[in-house]
Design a protein around this ligand. Structure first.
Ligand code: SF4
Length: 294
């Protein structure tokens, strides 16, 4: 039996629209996430080492969403809703519960635009609703020239299925995501890639970056948004602990490098991050692909 949880609010208003994701609102219909990425920022003592064990459905989410969107719509406060920022809208249980599908029907009714962020090709099931939203949503005035009502970002930290199996054990493999991305593009949705995070010395090497850029460019992705990794905490359920354990086990030759960078810090050193973003700008220019949604 799936765990259930009651929530007080479901539509979270961002203080300021995020420059990367363009979200004015965030909706997370599930609590925790069975895709279980080791690097995930929601990790920590709240959910334990296996995020799936605490996965819950927010059972009053749809009723709340309807009420909250109705109020915002009456005031004309339209803006992109990101689904999702702290779980995935297309977890395996979504096949059975159709929680995201029902939420999209409510979003379509109130004519809000959406930015879907996922690691799953299950999103294809909802292309019918997304087409409706794409056509009918009220896009904020300042974005109207450049966007319709739907943005779809597929999330990748690598294109290597074996590496993904280590760091994203519960998620659909990159090969499957790539098929989903190509299908979203062929349906003419504004679609691209969030490469957040790339894994130092594993998926941010010159060789792997060339593979990422050439693969996504030839798939027709409109943008590729790259980011370095941030790792938190030293407890056993924390992302830093889990990633360092995985490095020790599967990439022992990288252990010292990771320890040097992360032992006393959550972030990669400034020189590394600077070089990373310069490199990403160069790669975007070389491959002719944007590093932002618009
Ligand atoms: S899919 Fe996203 S929310 Fe889920 S575990 Fe991975 S990074 Fe976290």
């Amino acid at each position: 039996m799936q765990k259930e949880v009651l929530v007080k609010t479901i539509l979270n208003k961002a203080k300021k629209r995020d420059a990367w994701f363009l979200d004015d609102y965030r909706v997370n219909l599930y609590s925790s996430c069975s895709f279980n990425c080791l690097y995930c920022y929601i990790r920590g003592s709240k959910y334990g080492t296996n995020l799936e064990n605490n996965l819950s459905i927010k059972i009053n989410a749809l009723e709340l969403l309807d009420k909250q969107l109705s109020l915002r719509a009456k005031k004309g406060q339209y803006g992109f809703i990101v689904m999702s920022s702290a779980t995935d809208p297309y977890l395996h249980i979504e096949k059975k519960y159709e929680h995201t599908r029902e939420a999209l029907k409510i979003i379509a009714k109130h004519k809000f635009p959406v930015h879907m962020i996922t690691k799953s090709p299950l999103i294809e099931r909802d292309f019918d609703l997304l087409h409706y939203i794409n056509k009918n949503a009220h896009v904020p005035f300042d974005l109207k020239e450049k966007l319709k009502g739907v943005i779809i970002s597929f999330s990748f930290s690598t294109l290597n299925d074996k590496v993904a199996e280590i760091f994203e054990p519960g998620a659909p493999r990159p090969k499957e995501r790539l098929v989903g991305l190509k299908n979203a593009i062929s349906e003419k949705f504004h679609s691209g890639v969030s490469m957040m995070p790339l894994l130092p010395f594993i998926s941010d090497t010159k060789e792997h970056l060339d593979l990422l850029f050439s693969t996504f460019r030839s798939s027709g992705a409109k943008y590729m948004m790259p980011s370095t990794i941030t790792l938190f905490g030293n407890e056993k359920a924390d992302s830093k602990t889990l990633v360092l354990n995985a490095i020790r086990k599967h990439f022992p030759e990288l252990e010292n490098k990771y320890l040097n960078y992360f032992r006393y810090s959550n972030e990669l050193p400034e020189f590394y991050r600077k070089a990373f973003y310069i490199k990403m700008k160069e790669m975007s220019a070389t491959y002719g692909i944007k590093d932002r949604i618009i």
